[in-house]
Write a protein of this length. Structure first.
Length: 630
């Protein structure tokens, strides 16, 4: 067990509390403790001064749109802090929010991520469409603040957040805090945004109740945060355990004890097997890791966060191109490292973005680089970014006598990579499996390697360790009703979570029928987990399987073609209450599958295309159509 700043009694209380909690409950606990910490801060200069319970300004509605869970995590933290500060808070996923409430909810915090080509998360599409449609109400008298989560390497960075921010303002709502567009390292910007938003809404509340505000020096005594909201994420025993624990420890101490994104677990490699056959154009690995002693749990549909390291040859080439000392020290967000170690483990040196080029251009004073970034050259910039990395830029546009600290300031932090978990904890206790497609290709005269995929693929077959954590995916879950049929569409490595689904249903003797659509290039070399699927069919755990191998015939056949061929049966399953899942490429595959689904409903349901499209949207609203696409 790691060293801990807790007393023996506190450690015992902590273990009693966390051992039985779900990922969602643990997220709430983190937010609760953060709320207590910030409540103390707010008692001073930045007091939000929440109004009395009867004041409209004391009501705070938090809406989130989340694909992988990050936006939800931030929203839950905001709720806990606001509750600790005395606000009466309600938290909703956008997919669960009744649009008819909008005109009456006068104080809004919106946290939304962006996926694909600037799209909102699946769970937020319905609310996004309503807000941008003719039926959206005027919102005069409403105040709001928006936080966008995104990735600056994409052209439409934080576009969903920008859309919500602009539309709320266009409907007459008042922007109380400027929108924040946060990059992949979103923790610090999100915390500042929560601080600023609660301070602004607190001032608004205090103005609405001036006599109360004049007599108050800190947060409104709205009672225990867990009780004041009416929400019950923990039972009474757990809540009192948490209260007892929190009375004598800091949130930092909890974070040090609990494994997560900031404190990953070193998992030992149990197995690393190549799944793709000899002669395949792909390199796919099945990797098994030990979670023994970690206390980590997961559910089918969750992801494994992997803290990878950059390729050492690439790091050395970059340091050489910069003419810097590899042993020179540099300070990262939380430690002091040699420059070489910082490039290996702390900074992203492969993803090329406009943000990096703008910062690096200031160091080089290159007119050519400046011209590439000029307005009107978006197409040329997009072409330049494709297939290149940081080393390409440094070699093409050298910066004379650049200092290590200056260059480090141009880089983003190296982010963990998420992999769909390919195992069921019920079937494989104390272990977790993932399916990894190694990315290796040549571009612009150099060999390229995917950061995490080749880091994992090149691990020894057993004995090495990998820093990992569990990333809950609340939007990609098996139905609670074990009798419900499920349809799984997962070409390539997108099949990974469906291996977990079938393992889970078999381990729990779930009676529901299971249907898998799988596709790849060649049957002989790319039928991932072939023997397992054949065994599941024989055992009855897999009711039906349809295969599409695009390179085995003259006409390229994909999973959407098999869906159309089986359209009558697929529609019948949906009518019988089936849940439909899609995992894999968010670009062409996900769009083609969705189009095929709409066409199937229109044809076999004998309805118009518009009615079919609405049917599919209803499936999404009812959580019967879930996607894990990337």
């Amino acid at each position: 067990m790691q060293e801990t700043p807790l007393t023996a009694q506190q450690a015992q209380l902590l273990n009693q509390l966390v051992n039985g909690l779900s990922a969602e409950q643990l997220a709430w606990v983190r937010g609760f403790l953060a709320g207590l910490n910030h409540a103390v801060r707010y008692a001073g200069a930045r007091a939000p001064a929440a109004a009395t319970a009867g004041s409209a300004a004391a009501q705070l509605t938090i809406l989130y749109g989340s694909q992988t869970g990050h936006a939800q995590e931030v929203a839950e933290q905001a709720k806990a802090r606001a509750a600790a500060a005395g606000f009466k808070v309600e938290l909703f996923a956008m997919g669960d929010y009744r649009a008819s409430r909008l005109k009456n909810d006068k104080s809004l915090l919106v946290v939304v991520s962006t996926q694909g080509e600037g799209d909102p998360p699946d769970d937020a599409r319905g609310f996004h469409d309503f807000l941008h449609g003719d039926k959206a109400p005027r919102l005069n008298g409403t105040r709001f603040a928006v936080l966008g989560l995104g990735d600056s390497s994409y052209e439409k960075f934080c576009q969903a957040g920008k859309d919500f921010d602009a539309r709320l303002a266009a409907l007459g709502a008042e922007r109380l805090v400027a929108r924040v567009d946060s990059d992949v390292d979103y923790d610090a910007p999100a915390e500042r945004w929560i601080d600023d938003a609660l301070e602004a809404f607190g001032r608004l509340a205090a103005d609405a109740c001036a006599p109360c505000a004049s007599s108050r020096t800190g947060p409104s005594p709205a009672g225990h945060p867990a009780q004041s909201q009416g929400a019950k994420p923990l039972n009474i025993t757990e809540t009192f355990t948490l209260a007892a624990l929190a009375g004598g420890m800091t949130s930092t101490a909890v974070a040090q004890h609990e494994y997560g994104r900031k404190h990953p677990f070193d998992a030992t490699v149990l197995e690393n097997v190549t799944l793709s056959g000899r002669g395949s154009s792909k390199e796919v690995h099945h990797i098994e890791l030990s979670l023994e002693g970690a206390g980590l749990t997961y559910e089918p549909g969750d992801a494994l966060g992997v803290v990878a390291r950059n390729d050492s040859a690439l790091v050395d080439a970059l340091i050489d191109a910069l003419a810097l000392d590899p042993q020179a020290t540099t300070t990262t967000q939380d430690s002091t490292l040699s420059l070489r170690e910082a490039f290996l483990s702390a900074y992203d040196i492969t993803t090329l973005s406009r943000a990096f080029l703008e910062k690096y251009a200031a160091l080089t004073e290159s007119t050519e680089l400046g011209a590439l970034l000029a307005a009107g050259n978006e197409t040329a910039l997009r072409d330049y970014l494709h297939g290149r990395d940081v080393l390409d830029v440094v070699r093409q546009f050298p910066a004379r006598k650049v200092k290590a600290a200056e260059f480090v300031g141009t880089l983003r932090t190296l982010q963990p990579r998420l992999y769909s978990i390919a195992s069921s904890l019920a079937a494989t206790p104390d272990a977790v499996h993932i399916t990894v497609g190694a990315v290796r290709y040549d571009s612009h005269g150099r060999a390229r390697r995917g950061v995490a995929s080749t880091y994992l693929a090149d691990l020894a077959r057993e004995g090495e360790s990998v820093a990992v954590y569990i990333e809950a995916n609340r939007n990609f879950k098996l139905p609670q009703d074990s009798h419900a049929p499920i349809i799984m569409i997962g070409p390539g490595t997108g099949v990974a979570p469906f291996r977990a689904f079938v393992q889970e249903r078999q381990a729990l003797d779930a009676p529901g029928r299971n249907w898998l659509f799988f596709g790849d290039r060649n049957f002989r070399t790319d039928f991932l987990y072939q023997r397992e699927w054949q065994r599941y069919v024989k055992d009855g755990a897999l009711t039906k399987i349809d295969l599409a191998f695009s390179r085995d015939t003259g006409d390229k056949v994909y999973v959407q073609h098999r869906m159309r061929e089986q359209g009558k049966t697929l529609y019948a399953w949906l009518q019988e209450g089936a849940y439909l899942y899609v995992c894999g490429d968010a670009g062409q595959m996900a769009r083609d599958v969705n189009a095929a689904l709409v066409d199937i409903v229109a044809e076999h349901g004998a309805v118009s295309p518009d009615t079919a499209a609405e049917y599919v949207k209803t499936l999404q609203r009812e959580k019967r159509y879930q996607r894990d696409v990337y």
